[in-house]
Design a protein around this ligand. Structure first.
Ligand SMILES: Nc1ncnc2c1ncn2[C@@H]1O[C@H](COP(=O)(O)OP(=O)(O)OP(=O)(O)O)[C@@H](O)[C@H]1O
Ligand SMILES: [Mg+2]
Length: 214
């Protein structure tokens, strides 16, 4: 089942970042995007996850063109179907980790799962304030928050950047298992080549083109 199709995407800020980008994500599939710092990986993820509008090209989510969706449909898709895990995680700072998860629970109508907290090793500090957690703990809380809403597509930008190797591997295993058991897909941006090659497909963003290398 096709989850996302992007055709002929181009984007420009001060200069053209990339053009003629094509990508297709299916259910139970993981895609990694690698490339030098500044090549436009995060920007591409922002386009695919509806945070930015591409200068050229089209993006279909679950068979529907983003540009033809009305506001209500778009916000429903964002709330229920897209899970965004980005470089800076936007947890609500004044709240505890658990309260942050409750927000996801409330918005999506899904339940916080104990197993999820256990596999991310955040059961212990779950009632502490976000500001009292380490960077890696905050990152795992934001992963828990995203998975709590049971998205159909996970967009992850360096999701394991703050984590040690062992914890990073555990988090990645969790993502892969999540996709398989929930018929979901993942697009992952990473600087870690080994990690990228654990995904089904690997793309390299270089010289304004997205080239498939696996
Ligand atoms: N909102 C913006 N306005 C103007 N320029 C931007 C904006 N966002 C990103 N850029 C520029 O676009 C280029 C690509 O940025 P982007 O964040 O997509 O790179 P990246 O490949 O994710 O890099 P990194 O690996 O360091 O995270 C950079 O030169 C950046 O300065
Ligand atoms: Mg980036």
């Amino acid at each position: 089942m096709n989850l996302l199709t992007a055709k002929n995407l181009a984007h420009t800020f001060e200069y053209e970042l990339f053009n003629d980008v094509n990508i297709e994500l299916n259910a139970q599939e993981s895609i990694a995007i690698i490339g030098m710092s500044g090549s436009g990986k995060s920007t591409l993820l922002h386009l695919l996850s509806t945070l930015l509008t591409p200068k050229k090209g089209s993006i279909l989510l679950f068979g529907e063109e983003i540009s033809s969706m009305n506001k209500k449909r778009l916000s429903s898709i964002k709330r229920h179907d897209l899970g965004l895990i980005f470089q800076s995680h936007y947890l609500f700072k004044g709240f505890s980790a658990y309260e942050n998860l409750e927000v996801a629970e409330l918005l999506s109508g899904e339940k916080i799962e104990n197993d999820l907290l256990e596999s991310l090793h955040i059961k212990e500090p779950i009632h502490q304030k976000v500001t009292e957690l380490s960077g890696g703990q905050q990152q795992r809380v934001s992963i828990a928050r995203v998975l709590t809403k049971k998205p159909r597509i996970i967009f992850a930008d360096e999701p394991t950047g703050n984590l040690d190797k062992k914890t990073a591997d555990e988090v990645m295993t969790l993502f892969f298992n999540y996709c398989n058991s929930n018929n979901a897909g993942m697009i992952l941006v990473t600087h870690d080549n080994d990690l990228a090659h654990q995904c089904d497909k690997v793309f390299h963003l270089e010289d304004k083109k997205l080239k498939r290398i696996k």
